[in-house]
Design a protein around this ligand. Structure first.
Ligand code: MSP
Length: 513
């Protein structure tokens, strides 16, 4: 894949779950990265979807008196809807019940088989339906539960196995040679020590239920749901047709973003499958942390699941997007607190960015006849040489660097810092006091802030797309001039160009804390 193409994926969500803050968070983080890369001139493909096979889904469907297909058709819509409400720019939405996906999985299976990595045997051991995962007896808690807290059951059935143990050394060599394969670093160490402890062959088929993709050549077996699900990342691009345009353009993926709970599947099993199939490996698996609710683990049984649609209804879409990206370092765990959401909104979006925009634009609108202040070309060149503006340019390159390393919230730190500096500058220069005494200087001060606001608004687009668009509309920046390549002197905001009547962009949330 060429460096100018960028392929990013979310995990595909278990269709029987009610969409919650965890799903919203992964999709949102991917959306911010995808939008950012697009603004930085990459061709982006962003995939999300639903994981619809397996014993867990079959059970839930039967409990509700529906066929698994009817059940998944109904529930998959909830996830599509969530993406729409969050303003997510995914390029495709894959369902594992689609024919092209099933074809891809069967072909992938056959490839592993041709390469001698699949054999038939008998599985006896522990299985958790909730996690759709096999556990070794040594991994269980003293109470006999999975390490995730899920119930396990004893299985004894014929099963196909994947010769995972054979790939142990190759995997370790690969991690060594590709330090960015698993991010963040702490997670990388965790995976390496897991693999070093020894890999056992993996059971990859089940016979005790029917809802899934049958094993080619032995229909009594259903392909293990994780092998089925992981293949979505290539079947969506057209695999097994390796000549398909999408596959050629976008495989291997730039990054699979996943929660820390499913890192093992992505950083151990998936690369081993791909190595066995002779296909290139993704560049990075990024594992993010988990959210708690006001300090408590989120769980259906506690009844504290956070509905992202309700959050958006209460606080606004850009406000929720901003909070989730700002509150935690990407990779760390986060704690949702209603008060923090309100406070972040009021103290940063409203009091910093909103306030800078509002005070500057209203003052310009009133005192410069609704136009960006008049300054001459020489002033713009010399302004770009000032310490202030050199810093602005540095913050842009630093932000691009940070995002290339998926330090999403470092970009927000930069934007907030730039806004604070601009607020300090405007207070120091006090353009309102220059109105009569030195209108030319007043124009220069205001122009500098208007140009800085153009930078802030362009950089804010991936995070708060609706509000950033409003900022750019107000500043009179046309839609084809809103990419990062326009963050130069050449595209500086036009002196004397018209601006729109200012309206507040980031209202305060007047809610009880
Ligand atoms: N179907 C599998 C993924 C297959 S990918 C080939 C799956 N689905 S899931 O719906 O259970 O989880 C999807 C994502 O949501 C995971 O990345 C998981 O980490 C994330 N989250 C679930 N609860 C979460 C929180 N409380 N906080 C943050 N993310 C969490 O696993």
């Amino acid at each position: 894949m060429s460096e100018s193409n960028f392929y990013i994926t979310t995990p595909i969500y278990y269709v029987n779950d009610v969409p919650h803050i965890g799903h919203a968070y992964t999709s949102l983080a991917c959306d911010v990265i995808a939008r950012f890369m697009k603004l930085n001139d990459k061709e982006v493909y962003y995939l999300s979807g639903t994981d619809e096979h397996g014993q867990k889904v079959e059970k839930s469907a039967l409990d509700r008196g529906l066929s698994p297909q009817e059940f998944t058709d109904k529930l998959s819509v909830n996830f599509r809807n969530l993406l729409k409400v969050l303003n997510i720019t995914n390029s495709d939405f894959i369902r594992t019940t689609q024919e092209n996906h099933k074809l891809g999985v069967k072909a992938f299976w056959q490839k592993l088989q041709e390469n001698g990595d699949i054999y038939l045997d008998k599985y006896s051991g522990w299985y958790s339906v909730r996690d759709e995962a096999f556990y070794d007896a040594s991994e269980l808690t003293p109470e006999g539960l999975a390490p995730t807290g899920a119930q396990v059951e004893w299985l004894e059935e014929p099963s196909y196995f994947f010769a995972l143990s054979k790939w142990q050394d190759k995997l370790l060599e690969f991690y060594e040679a590709n330090p960015d394969f698993i991010m963040p670093k702490t997670r990388r160490n965790e995976v390496i020590s897991f693999v070093k402890n020894g890999l056992m062959d993996l059971s990859i088929s089940r016979t005790s239920f029917k809802w899934g993709i049958p094993v080619p050549g032995n229909e009594n077996h259903i392909i293990y749901v994780w092998l089925d699900a992981l293949t979505n990342y290539i079947s969506a691009l057209g695999y097994p047709d390796e000549t398909s345009q999408l596959y050629n353009k976008f495989w291997p993926a730039s990054v699979h973003v996943v929660g820390k709970d499913i890192l093992r599947f992505h950083a151990v099993y998936w690369p081993a499958f791909l190595m066995s199939a002779g296909l290139p490996l993704p560049k990075t698996i990024f594992a993010h942390g988990w959210w708690t609710n006001e300090g408590q683990k989120i769980s259906k049984s506690i009844g504290n699941v956070i509905d992202p649609l309700k959050l958006i209804e209460d606080f606004g879409r850009d406000q929720v997007r901003y909070f989730l990206m700002r509150e935690v370092i990407f990779g760390n765990d986060g704690n949702y607190m209603r008060n923090n959401l309100i406070q972040r909104n009021n103290s940063e979006l409203s009091n910093k960015i909103g306030n800078l925009m509002q005070r500057t634009c209203s003052f310009i609108f009133k005192n410069c006849q609704g136009k960006i202040p008049e300054v001459d070309k020489n002033f713009i060149s010399s302004m770009y040489q000032t310490e202030f503006f050199i810093k602005v340019k540095d913050l842009v390159s630093d932000s691009i660097n940070q995002m290339e390393n998926y330090n999403i919230n470092a970009v927000l730190d930069n934007i907030i810092y730039l806004t604070e500096q601009s607020n300090i500058y405007i207070d120091q220069e006090a353009p309102w006091a220059l109105k009569n005494s030195d209108p030319e200087k007043m124009n220069k001060v205001l122009y500098l802030i208007a140009e800085t606001l153009r930078y802030i608004a362009i950089l804010m687009q991936p995070f708060t797309p609706d509000s950033a668009a409003k900022m750019l509309d107000q500043l009179g920046i046309s839609e084809d001039n809103r990419n990062f390549k326009h963050l130069t002197q050449e595209f500086a905001i036009k002196a004397s160009s018209s601006m729109e009547q200012p309206v507040p962009i980031f209202p305060r949330l007047e809610l009880e804390i």
